[in-house]
Write a protein that binds this ligand. Structure first.
Ligand SMILES: [Zn+2]
Length: 418
């Protein structure tokens, strides 16, 4: 798929007519804007044919799934790996500062001298960063494709619907079976996704919901349901074990909505006001995915979220990873013998290369993850698989300069299952 922008960098429909793209580039009627995903910008005034597409977002704390599709066809598919090093880095910084301030003995004692950080709407930096990344990734996608509607999954189940089963809404009119999927997700969440009989000792990862009193008598309400692993569930029904939980004992109401996904959803609505931004729930996605017999990946979940599970899937998807942009630590934390401070950072360019440049090494595509001034670099694939520990810089060919999101094209077939 080649993504096409008009003269003013507004997205047009992408194309698969590679011959035409080649000709346009040759005749200088288009220029290449980005290599991955391959994007061109037309240099002449074009007739604008735009077909509003739907963007599905599978929001998560470790990965984001992105899919842009129409009823018939998928146009863009991507997975983003989020950073998870922020808590650690900030703790290290706090320690370092404490140590340093301790050495400055002439400093006056200070108390409550911070600009209040705990303002309304303040979130921990690790969470704030995840929200920012979600917004940025969506912004990048909207620059590539003419999207009219955005659908986000905000929670795995709908607590309002459980509390008040009579809610009616277009989305809700999908029958009792789907309602049960909702309750099921809630029960799993309430029980911490752990079997309530063996507490996970059986190591069986398949979870069932068990009716404490039979479905006919006790019904499908959450206080009649409990999470059991399949091993315990089967053993119970064969009479081998007895699950000792009485009805109603374990029902407690708690704060259920992930603050991250809700804040993200609200900010998204605010930011893209004229666009149609709606939300959906995980149990609906799961139901769609299973009834369509689709594989479980973040990108495919995003396709289900967009509401087009029958769309023709792309063969490739883009795996993106947010990397650290700056490292301001000047010296290593440990001081060498003789009080020597060792510099923490290498020079900006080593033999013309930067950290996270995308390179070719012996026909393999990878990223520079470590540089030595001797000119021997560590090369890894985007998912962290080692390509070479010390590749000579002369054997490297620069493909793309470092960006804050490194990106690689991956085949669907080779996706590791979750
Ligand atoms: Zn069990």
């Amino acid at each position: 798929m080649v993504y096409v922008l008009n003269q003013n960098s507004q997205p047009l429909m992408p194309t698969e007519r590679y011959g035409k793209v080649r000709r346009l580039l040759k005749e200088k009627k288009a220029v290449v804007v980005s290599k991955t995903p391959f994007t061109i910008r037309l240099t002449y005034i074009s007739t604008e044919y735009v077909h509003g597409l739907t963007l599905g977002v599978d929001a998560g704390s470790k990965n984001i799934g992105i899919s842009v599709s129409s009823e018939e066809k998928e146009y863009y598919s991507s997975e983003v790996i989020l950073r998870s090093d922020i808590v650690n880095l900030l703790s290290t910084r706090r320690q370092n500062r404490k140590k340093r301030r301790n050495r400055l003995r002439y400093r006056k004692a200070r108390f409550l001298n911070r600009v209040s950080s705990k303002n309304k709407g303040w979130l921990a930096p690790s969470i704030e960063h995840k929200i920012q990344t979600h917004l940025k990734v969506i912004e990048k996608t909207l620059k590539l494709l003419p999207v009219r509607r955005i659908v986000v999954e905000t929670a795995s189940f709908d607590i309002q619907k459980i509390k008040n089963p009579n809610i009616s809404d277009a989305q809700y009119q999908q029958g009792a079976q789907l309602d049960f999927w909702n309750v099921r997700e809630y029960v799993f969440f309430r029980d911490g996704h752990t079997c309530q009989h063996c507490k996970g000792k059986s190591k069986d990862k398949i979870l069932n919901v068990h009716h404490i009193e039979s479905r006919k008598i006790g019904g499908d309400s959450p206080n009649n349901l409990i999470t059991l692993c399949e091993t315990c569930h089967k053993a119970h029904h064969k009479g081998k074990i007895t699950v000792k939980v009485k009805r109603g004992q374990r029902f407690r109401d708690a704060a259920f909505m992930g603050i991250m996904r809700w804040t993200f959803y609200n900010r998204l609505r605010e930011k893209y006001e004229p666009l149609d931004v709606t939300n959906t729930y995980g149990y609906i996605t799961k139901n769609t995915r299973i009834s369509e017999g689709l594989e479980k990946t973040h990108a495919i979940d995003a396709l289900c979220i967009s509401g087009h599970p029958k769309a023709n899937q792309l063969e490739h998807f883009y795996l993106q990873k947010k990397i650290r942009c700056h490292n301001r630590q000047i010296h290593k934390a440990n001081i060498l013998k003789g009080g020597k401070k060792k510099l923490n950072q290498a020079q900006y360019l080593v033999k013309g290369f930067r950290l996270f440049d995308k390179v070719h090494y012996k026909r393999q595509e990878g990223f520079i993850t470590g540089r030595r001034t001797t000119g021997y670099f560590a090369i890894k694939d985007i998912s962290g698989v080692k390509i070479h520990d010390s590749a000579k810089w002369k054997d490297l060919e620069l493909l793309e300069a470092k960006k804050s999101y490194i990106i690689q094209t991956k085949g669907r077939r080779f996706l590791p299952p979750l």
